[in-house]
Ligand binder design. Structure first.
Ligand SMILES: Nc1ncnc2c1ncn2[C@@H]1O[C@H](COP(=O)(O)OP(=O)(O)OP(=O)(O)O)[C@@H](O)[C@H]1O
Ligand SMILES: [Mg+2]
Length: 395
């Protein structure tokens, strides 16, 4: 069928034709933002889930709705090796200058700028293009200790106070939050704790791979009280079928029921895969309705495409020892695996796997859903590993 009219949108952060199955999370976000606007305490949100489940598109949709509701939004995306302080500083500067232009009495915004200036001055890393007006002096003694945990809290409080004074509310959106270090995550959590205690109109909405298991001690117990962690997961069979059927129907094209069921069976409801199958099947089908045979024909192409792109880019970043580790994990099948079982497959002592495990977590390939367990962050990666390395050899 006409590829120009193809409604499906496989791709990182590409908005789907229909955002199905996420109404409860959207509603939770609406309540959070509404309450924050009114200066009422509410848990901030961290959307967590595997690769390609739709965290970014959901976060973007919430940001869009927040802006429409009159909330001031900041959008940040972390990446491997990025530092929280500098990423935040330039966004907060823009925000404070915007607030400064609003009518309203008081000097909280000016103070915010002075404290931000102190914060930037105390950052150990250099901050690219964050320059300030010449008339802004740092405020000595605020956010300038050089300890991110203390300084970020000072900064968030003055930003919250500035927003409050201007009868505004601020929502900070952070994607790929797992790339921040434990120290940075701890600082964010403490800063949000201070903001909530004072009921300031500042909310944090994040998305990323599951981080809670990585946090330890105090940070963890704070995080559990301050944030809710909605799980962004695979779609149910009903929702998966809707994600294919509704956008196609809008373009006057139908799917046969057995075709829909087959896509669900193959994708296990993972949104990115659903978009891929929908996209390729649409182009492969000669006419409506799209049949089981069309899906079967598409499957070969989709598998090749996924292997060459989605999976391959991740595989290519791995050292041989890391590949071997993941291949051993794949030997055990999908789902979480005990470290002990992986060591057994590899024929080594479990204690020797620590460094490799840490590297793979840092690369975002695996995460630890529970103590002593590991799981792939990419859905169906175990199947890919078995295709990429058909024979597993210990040596
Ligand atoms: N609710 C949904 N219904 C149907 N398709 C969806 C849904 N959510 C996301 N998608 C599709 O899934 C794909 C992946 O979305 P997105 O990039 O937001 O995932 P992600 O969780 O941020 O992935 P990553 O962890 O790799 O950043 C996109 O092609 C998007 O169109
Ligand atoms: Mg994403």
């Amino acid at each position: 069928m006409d590829p120009i009219k193809n409604p499906f949108s496989p791709g990182a952060g590409a908005p789907p034709p229909e955002l199905v199955g996420r109404d409860p999370i959207l509603e939770q976000a609406r309540v959070l933002l509404g309450r924050v606007k009114q200066g009422r305490a509410e848990k901030s949100m961290l959307l967590t889930g595997l690769r390609g489940v739709g965290k970014t598109v959901l976060l973007n949709e919430i940001e869009h709705r927040a802006r429409k509701a009159g909330v001031r939004t900041l959008q940040i995306e972390a990446y491997e090796g990025s530092a929280l302080g500098p990423l935040l500083a330039s966004h907060l500067r823009t925000l404070l200058f915007d607030l400064d232009r609003l009518a309203g009495a008081g000097d909280k915004v000016k103070r915010g700028l002075r404290v931000l200036r102190s914060f930037v001055g105390a950052l150990k890393v250099t901050v690219g293009p964050v320059t300030f007006g010449l008339d802004i002096d740092p405020e000595k003694g605020s956010a300038d200790s050089g300890d991110l945990q203390l300084d970020l809290a000072d900064l968030f409080v003055v930003v919250g106070e500035a927003a409050e004074e201007r009868k505004s509310a601020v929502a900070l959106f952070i994607d790929e939050i797992q790339f921040f270090s434990r120290l940075e995550l701890g600082a964010l959590i403490i800063a949000m704790h201070k903001v909530q205690q004072r009921q300031l109109p500042l909310a944090l909405l994040g998305a990323g791979l599951p981080i809670l298991p990585a946090l330890a001690g105090e940070s963890k117990s704070y995080a559990e009280r301050l944030f809710s962690f909605p799980d962004v997961g695979a779609l149910s069979e009903m929702d998966a079928m809707r994600a294919l059927r509704d956008p196609a129907a809008e373009a006057g094209v139908a799917f046969n029921l057995n075709a829909l069921k087959e896509v669900y069976r193959l994708t296990k409801g993972y949104p990115y895969f659903i978009q891929e199958w929908g996209y390729i099947a649409w182009n492969a089908a000669a006419r409506s309705p799209i049949t089981l045979q069309d899906i079967e024909r598409a499957t070969r192409t989709v598998t090749e495409r996924l292997d060459q792109n989605f999976f391959r880019v991740r595989f290519d970043r791995l050292a041989p020892s890391e590949r071997k580790f993941l291949r051993a994990m794949a030997e055990l099948g999908p789902g979480a695996q005990r470290a002990g079982a992986i060591a057994e497959v590899l024929g080594v002592e479990v204690t020797s796997l620590g460094p490799l495990r840490a590297k793979l977590i840092r690369k975002g390939m695996v995460y630890s859903p529970a103590h002593g367990e590991l799981a792939f962050t990419v859905p169906l990666f175990d199947e890919f590993m078995r295709r990429a390395m058909p024979v597993f050899r210990r040596k």
